[in-house]
Design a binder for this molecule. Structure first.
Ligand SMILES: C[S@@+](CC[C@H](N)C(=O)[O-])C[C@H]1O[C@@H](n2cnc3c(N)ncnc32)[C@H](O)[C@@H]1O
Length: 218
């Protein structure tokens, strides 16, 4: 297997170099052995995965306010949730993941990186969490590579407080997904649903985000 590519991090990530490299090392070893990351992803671990997630909450982006509560639905190996937790120490994050092996991996990385005070792992499906009376709506829900937007809206919008924001990391089909999701978005009172690109000059290709706000039910 090829090693992770050498990378020059943007200066705003300087304070987080050590934990980011530690996380990259776990992903490219245990993450690959456990089947959470494909071996072919390792040579592009930084550009396609770590930086792709980091730019969404970097300087100049306003998707996630300071001090926000965040849920990462379908966190898998921790993308984007663990990258956000490392690079934004102001955030409180819940990593939502139904599969035991993945949830166990996430908990061990959270502990190893000393993030337990503000990052928790919740094993379960997003749609079941929505029905949990103990769940209090978060400020931001994120998801990456989990489901088409039309389905994802039903799994994520009910987890938000009214006024909270969905920040879904998507691929090149984002605009088509937004078009296809219009009816569901309307049913769920999602407002300002749109596609935004970020990370120009840091990642290639840039990161495509679909964002929308949970409005008040009509
Ligand atoms: C393709 S992986 C993506 C993982 C990670 N977000 C990433 O970008 O690498 C999709 C993840 O979504 C999780 N998932 C699938 N259905 C889900 C649901 N209903 N609620 C929460 N997570 C779900 C899967 O277990 C899996 O870990």
């Amino acid at each position: 297997m090829k090693p992770a590519e050498p990378v020059e991090l943007p200066p705003w990530l300087d304070p987080f170099t050590e934990p980011l490299h530690a996380y990259a090392a776990v992903l490219s070893t245990a993450g690959v052995e456990m089947g959470l990351i494909g071996p072919r992803e390792v040579p592009r671990l930084w550009s396609r995965h770590l930086l792709n997630c980091a730019v969404v909450v970097g300087p100049g982006e306003s998707f996630v306010d300071s001090g926000a509560t965040v849920a990462d639905v379908g966190s898998g190996a921790g993308l984007p949730g663990l990258v956000w937790a490392i690079t934004r120490p102001d955030l409180t994050i819940t990593l939502v993941e139904p599969l035991l092996r993945r949830a166990t991996f996430l908990q061990s990385v959270v502990s190893d990186l000393g993030l337990d005070d503000r990052v928790s792992v919740r094993r379960g499906r997003a749609e079941d969490l929505c029905a949990d009376p103990g769940w209090s709506g978060v400020d931001v829900v994120t998801a990456r590579a989990v489901a088409p937007l039309e389905r994802l809206l039903g799994w994520t919008i009910p987890l938000l407080r009214v006024g909270g924001r969905l920040v879904a990391l998507k691929g090149s089909s984002a605009q088509d997904e937004v078009m296809a999701a219009q009816a569901v978005a309307s049913t769920l009172s999602v407002v300002d649903l749109r596609v935004v690109q970020c990370g120009a000059g840091v990642v290639e290709p840039v990161t495509t985000v679909v964002t929308g706000v949970r409005g008040t039910a009509q």
